[in-house]
Every structure is written in C-alpha cells, then in structure tokens.
Design a protein around this ligand. Structure first.
Ligand SMILES: [Zn+2]
Length: 225
C-alpha cells in the first residue's frame, strides 16, 4: 500500500466551542476525554490501530524522534518532527497557523511542525537529511498565508537575509518551505505542494492568530508498505 498524507479541519469531531469540533490537541484546555475520542475516530477513519497513531509534544525546536514498531504512542518526547519506516504507522503534526509538512519517501515518512521559529532554526533542512538517499514527495496543509502573516521589522530583515519568501511586512512560511525543499532536494524531490488554504482566512480551520483560545487540526502521514 502506498503512503498517504491527509489533513484534518475543524469538522467531524466531538469537541464543543471554542474547540468545535475536531480538536486533536490535549494542551489547549479542551476536555481530554473528547480529544481522545477525536483521536480514536481519526485512527478508525484512517484504518489504523489507535496505538499506531503518534502525536508529538511540539515546542518550536528542531528535535526529531524516530518511531518504529517498538515505539509507545504515549511516550513520545518533546520534538517537532517524527520519522518512521514502519508500515501502517501514522505520524501527526498539530497546527493552528504553523505549517504541517508531510513527507512521503520511498523508505520513510515524516510529519514536521514548521512555524517561524522552526523555519529559522532549520527544522526543514534537518529532516531532509533523513531523506538524503531516497526520492520523496512533500505536502503542506492549511497554514497562515504569506499575505496574512505579519511580522515585526527585526524578524522581517532576518527573514530577507536568510532568503525566505517575504512581503512588505509579512513572512510566507509555506512558500519558504517549498523554496528550501526545491533548493535542498535536487532530483530526489518527486513533487512538493501547499494546498493553498490559509488558516487565518478559513472558517473551516483553527487559527491561533484569529481566535487565541482554540483547537488544533492535524496533518497525518500514514507510512505504507
Ligand atoms: Zn491568508
């Protein structure tokens, strides 16, 4: 079976306002029992055992954790990327404006959390080192777009120096990720795309900048066999 990449939205869950309805994050103040049900329902939809669906404790760093057949989904440490080569294993990244980046390689798959801090710290490049010997595809789900993501002068000039994609007062995270993917991957990159949905503009998605207290949607990569 081929590896799959899917992105959830607000719809299809059991949580109430302001987490309505498919919040998948335990750290945002939602009822943990409802979040667990939302996660179980998602695993069921993906035809994956719920103990093979892995979430991270994300903190805008560059740590990568490898998931294998012995990994316990309750014991994932703080990290911002998960990588696996174990079939029928699903890796999830939680977001509400940050970019969910999913990579499907010939031998491994990865789920990566990319906000401005991760982008500046080199999380994308660090994950790509894991795919140095194989061809892969990359998908970016709903994230705040390059027109909506306003940043301060300091950060803007640093972003320009680093060659990231910027506007007059904004940082374009999805297009900056695509640029890095194209620059670093050569002919190993089969395809890379952002689905074009902006969380800040879409009522179908959680947006931390728009709502403050809110839920998290997920990008999930299911590693095939
Ligand atoms: Zn936007």
């Amino acid at each position: 079976m081929e590896s799959r990449a899917i992105f959830t939205s607000r719809s299809g869950g059991k949580s109430g306002a302001p987490y309505g309805s498919r919040n998948l994050a335990l750290h945002v103040g939602d009822d943990p029992e409802l979040v667990r049900q939302n996660r179980e329902d998602l695993a069921h939809e993906l035809s994956i055992a719920s103990e093979r669906l892995f979430f991270m404790e994300q903190n805008h760093g560059v740590e990568i954790q490898i998931v294998d057949e012995a990994s316990d989904h309750r014991k994932i440490r703080t990290c911002d990327a998960l990588v696996t080569s174990t079939p029928q294993t699903a890796l999830a990244v939680l977001v509400a404006d940050c970019a969910p980046l999913l990579i499907r390689g010939e031998r491994a798959s990865a789920a990566v959390h990319v906000g401005w801090r991760g982008l500046f710290s080199g999380i994308v490049e660090k994950v790509l080192e894991r795919f140095a010997e194989e061809r892969f595809s990359a998908s970016i789900g709903a994230t705040i777009c390059g027109e909506c993501y306003r940043i301060g002068e300091d950060l803007l000039s640093q972003a320009q120096e680093r060659g990231f994609v910027t506007g007059a007062q904004t940082l374009d995270i999805p297009r900056s990720i695509l640029k890095i993917l194209h620059e670093q991957s050569g002919n190993r990159l089969i395809a890379a795309q952002w689905n074009g949905t902006c969380t800040f503009e879409s009522n179908e998605h959680f947006s931390y900048r728009r709502e403050g207290r809110t839920g998290r949607q997920a990008g999930v990569v299911i590693h095939g066999s």
